[in-house]
Each structure stands twice: as C-alpha cells, then as structure tokens.
Design a binder for this molecule. Structure first.
Ligand SMILES: [Zn+2]
Length: 385
C-alpha cells in the first residue's frame, strides 16, 4: 500500500490515482493540518486514516497510540458519498471528542462527578422523564460530549466551530475545492451527532424511531451553538435550517441507502500485485508469430481487483494470491453482505444503520505525553510517498 500524505496527516490506503478521491483527501488533510487544536494535539506524531469496507459496523473509530500517533478507521462509503463538511464532522468527532478531549487534565475528575447522574436533554427539558445518563449509554464519552456544560462538549463544539470557520473563509477566498455547502453539512453533522446521542442515550438504534424528539434536540443544540459563535462569524450565514421529523428520517434513510448501495470499497487502494520470480511468465504469440510475455494488465479503476487477480492468476502470469488479502476479501464479500442488507425490511435497516453510527470505540488509556510544539516544514505538495 502506498500512503497518501500531507504534513503529519495521511491516508494509508486511498486509491489516490482516482482524482475524485485524491482531491477530497488533500482537502481534508489540508483542513486537519490547518486546524490549530487538531494540529497541536497531533504534534509531531502521525495521524493515519485507513479506509475500510464496512456495512453495519460503526462508520469510524479511533485509537490513540501515544507517541506512535493517532489511527482513525473510516468506512469507505462514508469517504466516497459524504461531502468534505460531513467527513470533517466525523473526523472532528473521532479526533476531538475522544482522544483530544480525554487529554484535558481536569476531564477525568469532572466526568467521574457526572457518572450516573441524569442530565437534561436540550430541547426536551420539559419532559422530566427524559434524561441522558452515562449509565446504560452506548459510550459514556458520547454522553459527556452531548452534555452542554461539560468540558468534552465544549472541546468538541469548539473544534467543529473552528473547522466551520476554516471552511467558510476558504469558500470566501475561493480556495480550490472549498464550498459554502461544506460549512452547512459540517454543522448539520455535528448537530445530528449530539442530538441523536442525547435523545437515545447513545443507543442510536432509537433515533430513527423518535424523529420528532431528535429534531427538537437538534434545534436546541443549534441555538446553543449560535450563542457560542462570535457575532461576526462567517459561519452564521451557512447554518443549516431548523430540522423537523421528516428531515431526521431523511438523514437516516440516506445513511441506510449509502451503506447498502454501491458500497464496494471503490476508494480503497488495491495492493500491488507481485509476480513470483520462480514462476516463468508464459509467452504468447501475436499474429506475426512473435512471442510476447503475458503480463497482468495495469489495474483499472472500474475493475474489481478480485476478478482481475483471478484472471491473471488463471492465466499463470502471477504466482498465487497475494498475502495481504484483507482488502480483497472484504471487496469480495461486498455483494453477499449487500444481499443480506437488502433482505432486511426498510425500517429495521434504518434502525440498524442508526445503531451502527459510531456506537463504539477502541480506546487506549489516555496518555500524558506533553504537547509538543513541533516546527513544521512548509507544506509539501501532497504526493503519494
Ligand atoms: Zn465516538
């Protein structure tokens, strides 16, 4: 696999030969590199994003490996089908809500204080029976990220607002690939995230079942966001409109559709095929009876690798199946998984998709590495290295 890098940020297995994907990845890495809090948190460590073929699993997860860097896994359909704003929302969640916030020196004490305490849900305060609580939550960190007075919420919100500011300013300056719609979708992703956490106590299978309450929470979080936004913020002009129940259902339907259609890992780089030196390359004869070696055709974007591999292997031009089979097998499994998904009734499908939304994380113990103020080399032009 050839990684695709910009500064300390990297996509480990992106099919960068496809410009649709390389342009998007460059834009995302530029934004991460230009985000002061994220850049300071990453310091001189690598921050690697790996695309994975996923269906009902969470669309993303994160691991903080201390000095070895931060690793994010992101579903390939999410990278392919959602815009830069929504991907920044997802990465903001993974990086800022989890490891970045966890490094705050006072957060452990603060969060232990709120453990098991029923907390009001913005927008549903008049419904006394409805509260959120770290107990019984899918992930307690998510509850604290949705709790408006909490440090984790504040850090997540500020990370999103800074990214929204970057997006809005870039769009105003006409930066390549920047568009105002990304500001709107970033804020929308953030609001849907905190609203569905709060309403379902982070058991998000229920968010699609309670679209009215999810919409109320969404609009309440939007009010709070406005209160925390400077008067002259360029983001104000691009806030998403208030959401209704139908809008919530539309989001979940879209999510389910994105998982179940054309989810084949198209943006994932195909491992290089290595010819076995011990196996002689068979020769064929052209119509003038001149021999030429049969070599595998270079991979084409629209060719699924397993069939290309199979064809080449059957023709004897490559020795055997390459060792790194992970990505292949996932691609090969895709049609089967999609058939399984297609067999699920629509409402259940939406609910399953909803429950899959970032319901868990692989976590490392938070570590106490001091923030290093690395001196960065001037941005190199993004190229595959
Ligand atoms: Zn999370």
């Amino acid at each position: 696999m050839t990684p695709f890098k910009f500064g300390n940020f990297e996509f480990t297995n992106l099919k960068f030969a496809d410009e649709r994907y390389s342009d998007k990845a460059i834009r995302i890495m530029e934004l991460l590199d230009g985000h002061p809090a994220i850049k300071q948190f990453i310091g001189d460590r690598p921050c690697r994003t790996t695309l994975q073929l996923r269906t009902t699993e969470t669309p993303a997860d994160v691991r903080d490996l201390g000095k070895d860097g931060v690793e994010v896994n992101l579903a390939s359909y999410f990278f392919e089908k959602y815009d830069v704003g929504q991907i920044m929302g997802m990465l903001g969640h993974e990086i800022a809500l989890h490891p970045l916030a966890s490094r705050d020196p006072k957060i452990r004490h603060e969060e232990s204080f709120f453990q098991g305490v029923p907390l009001a849900i913005p927008g549903l305060e008049n419904k006394n029976s409805r509260t959120m609580n770290t107990e019984g939550a899918g992930d307690p960190e998510h509850i604290m990220a949705a709790f408006p007075s909490g440090t984790r919420h504040k850090l997540y919100r500020e990370t999103v607002l800074t990214a929204a500011d970057q997006l809005a300013r870039d769009a105003a300056l006409g930066v390549k690939g920047a568009k105002p719609a990304d500001v709107t979708s970033l804020i929308d992703a953030y609001l849907m995230d905190v609203a569905s956490i709060a309403v379902t106590n982070d058991n998000r299978i229920n968010a699609a079942r309670e679209p009215g309450n999810t919409a109320k929470a969404y609009n309440a979080y939007k009010e709070q966001l406005l209160e925390n936004m400077p008067a002259g913020s360029p983001v104000r002009a691009f806030l998403p409109p208030d959401k209704g129940a139908l809008g919530v259902l539309r989001d979940f339907t879209r999510f389910a559709v994105n998982i179940s259609t054309r989810n084949q890992g198209d943006s994932i780089q195909q491992p290089a095929r290595v010819a076995d030196p011990e196996t002689p390359i068979p020769h064929l004869k052209d119509r003038n009876d001149v021999e030429f070696p049969l070599e595998p055709a270079p991979p084409r974007h629209d060719v699924r690798l397993p069939s290309a591999t199979f064809a080449a292997s059957a023709a004897g031009s490559i020795s055997s199946t390459p060792r790194n089979l992970d990505a292949y097998q996932k691609i090969e499994d895709a049609p089967k998984r999609q058939r399984q998904i297609a067999a699920i009734p629509p409402l259940q499908q939406i609910a399953r998709a909803a429950s899959a939304w970032d319901s868990g994380h692989v976590k490392q113990e938070s570590y106490a590495q001091p923030v290093t103020h690395a001196i960065y080399a001037p941005p190199r032009s993004p190229r595959a290295r």
